[in-house]
Ligand binder design. Structure first.
Ligand SMILES: Cc1cc2nc3c(=O)[nH]c(=O)nc-3n(C[C@H](O)[C@H](O)[C@H](O)COP(=O)(O)O)c2cc1C
Length: 208
């Protein structure tokens, strides 16, 4: 299938059949997330992969009572930084210098640009880092489709409860979205064979 065919094949799966996604496929989806573009390349988020059925059950019961959580093979929680730390910026500068064999001093200007975000309010900073996780969510859902793995992007959960379960606040992160991964239960998912609903090109696209 080409990209457009894959985008037509994928849908936000409502019922999954519990079949496991192979580790090899999970690693490929994670690699797609790792390669996703982010603002300044800072990657101020984590992708938390959860396969453990007890932990998924706890998330289902306390934070997200949607069936895909329990029926999926894995879920990936996207959580982004709630504050900017000097160490995070320095670590990134070190990584660029090491990867590209550069002198760190050549990156002083870039470092200052990134550190300017320290002036943001916590709300503005989190809104900025959270927006970037949506790009990774989209890339991951396309990567999954390419591997013929079904997925559901999800925002319908209690961020507060999920943060508590995963101990995210203490680590300076907060949850943004979930991508459930697995295989469609074609016989029982009412959405499995319904036509895709999308605006016409004319309504969506403005050509100037
Ligand atoms: C950010 C985001 C959050 C979503 N949250 C949920 C959710 O909590 N539960 C769910 O079943 N679907 C969720 N969806 C799926 C959308 O409802 C679905 O993508 C949309 O209706 C288009 O249908 P399609 O993806 O099947 O083509 C979400 C999608 C996005 C992009």
């Amino acid at each position: 299938m080409n990209l457009i065919e894959l985008l037509n094949w994928r849908y936000a799966t409502k019922k999954m059949n519990g079949q496991k996604v192979s580790q090899d496929k999970i690693e490929k989806i994670l690699e797609a997330i790792r390669l996703t573009p982010t603002s300044y390349g800072m990657q101020s988020f984590k992708a938390i992969v959860i396969e453990n059925p007890e932990l998924k059950k706890e998330i289902f019961e306390k934070a997200c009572p949607q069936p895909q959580i329990a029926e999926s093979s894995h879920i990936i929680v996207f959580a982004s930084r709630t504050d900017l730390k000097d160490e995070e910026v320095q670590e990134y500068i070190d990584l660029i210098a090491e990867t590209r064999k550069m002198d760190k001093s050549a990156l002083d200007g870039f470092k200052d640009v990134m550190l300017a975000a320290k002036a943001f309010t916590p709300e503005r900073y989190f809104a900025w880092t959270a927006r970037q996780t949506y790009i990774a969510l989209g890339v991951a859902s396309v990567a999954a489709a390419e591997l013929q793995v079904d997925s559901t992007p999800m925002e319908g959960f209690s961020n507060e409860e999920l943060d508590k379960i995963l101990g995210l606040k203490e680590k300076g992160y907060s949850s943004v979205s979930i991508l459930a991964l697995g295989y469609r239960d074609e016989a029982n998912d009412y959405l499995a064979n319904l036509a895709k609903v999308r605006k016409s090109m004319d309504k969506l696209v403005e050509r100037l």
